[in-house]
Design a protein around this ligand. Structure first.
Ligand code: CDV
Length: 308
């Protein structure tokens, strides 16, 4: 058995006025709880240090940039890295990244038990739109504020396993998991901020959004025989509701833990990475069963084209 004790650290809402320092204090409290429960690895949500700012329309780039981190760790976040190293807990941390040469990404980093950053992922599938759309009940301006990630879907060896990362909307795309599956991934870490309403489709509410969250994570886990951990920032941020439903899914696609609240909440589950092997050696033994000669459209065509 190769067991990693995984802590899914769901976070309740972060208001627009909340400081990074206050948020980091909450994250440290979650980390301390994870330590008490024996965690080896903690997963925080997408954009864990701030409110989900892409809901706000901004024209002033200087204002936009206040939501971004120019270095990681930085002064505000250093106490989190220090406490994680003290506890010997590895970490997935999502934040808005502004690079020295001016690029903006929706990013997650992976640290080892010493809080050394060993991996970086930049969100590939950016949802939403890039201009103000008055018909929407809230904006979702990720396409305005971020560039699509430029790092692909790498995986890293950490804690004795093979670990990959994705961010929020990525979890709805089978390609996300499969590209990592083809690198023998054993554990996929995902942070998310998902509004509980679709601002263009009133029939799609909280229950359907929770269903799609489970469906995506369970399918990704089962079809690639890996663990999937998906962690929310949840609750009402300045009047805008985000779903909770953080979950840990095993390589059979079964949910083994799910958050019960929309607040700060830690789920800790021992995840045996050897449990990934059965599926990878049988029904999802890619080397024996995949038929790449029939998959060309997956990479040669982006949008659907109906037949003549
Ligand atoms: N932050 C996100 O990527 N949110 C999307 C919303 C727009 C649906 C998601 O896939 O959850």
């Amino acid at each position: 058995m190769r067991v990693i004790n995984i802590a899914a650290a769901q976070m309740g809402p972060i208001q627009r006025a909340d400081s990074r320092a206050a948020v980091v204090m909450r994250m440290i409290a979650l980390l301390d709880e994870a330590k008490r429960k024996g965690a080896d690895l903690i997963i925080y949500p997408e954009l864990a240090l701030t409110t989900f700012f892409p809901r706000w329309y901004m024209e002033d780039q200087a204002e936009v940039d206040t939501w971004f981190e120019k270095t990681m760790p930085n002064e505000a976040v250093q106490p989190l890295f220090d406490r994680a190293a003290q506890h010997g807990i590895a970490m997935y941390l999502g934040y808005a990244e502004l690079t020295p040469d001016g690029h903006h990404y929706n990013t997650a980093v992976l640290t080892d038990r010493n809080s050394t950053i060993i991996g970086k992922y930049r969100k590939v599938h950016l949802p939403g739109h890039d201009e103000f759309e008055p018909a929407r009940s809230h904006q979702h301006l990720e396409k305005r504020y971020f560039e699509p990630g430029d790092l692909g879907f790498p995986v890293w060896r950490n804690l004795g396993g093979i670990i990959g990362m994705a961010i929020c909307n990525d979890r709805r795309w089978p390609e996300t998991y499969r590209v990592m599956g083809l690198q023998d991934v054993e554990l996929v870490l995902i942070g998310y901020n998902t509004p509980s309403v679709n601002s263009l489709k009133s029939a799609e509410g909280l229950q359907q959004r929770l269903l799609h969250n489970r469906l995506s994570a369970q399918a990704g886990a089962y079809q690639n025989s890996c663990w999937v951990v998906a962690v929310a920032k949840a609750g009402v941020e300045d009047g805008h509701h985000l779903i909770g439903g953080s979950l840990i899914v095993n390589p059979d696609g079964e949910i083994v833990a799910e958050a019960a609240t929309e607040g700060d909440e830690v789920l800790v589950v021992p995840c045996d990475l050897d449990a990934t092997r059965f599926g990878k050696q049988t029904i999802f033994d890619f080397a024996r069963h995949r038929r790449v000669e029939h998959y060309g459209l997956i990479t040669s065509r982006t949008g659907a084209v109906p037949p003549d």
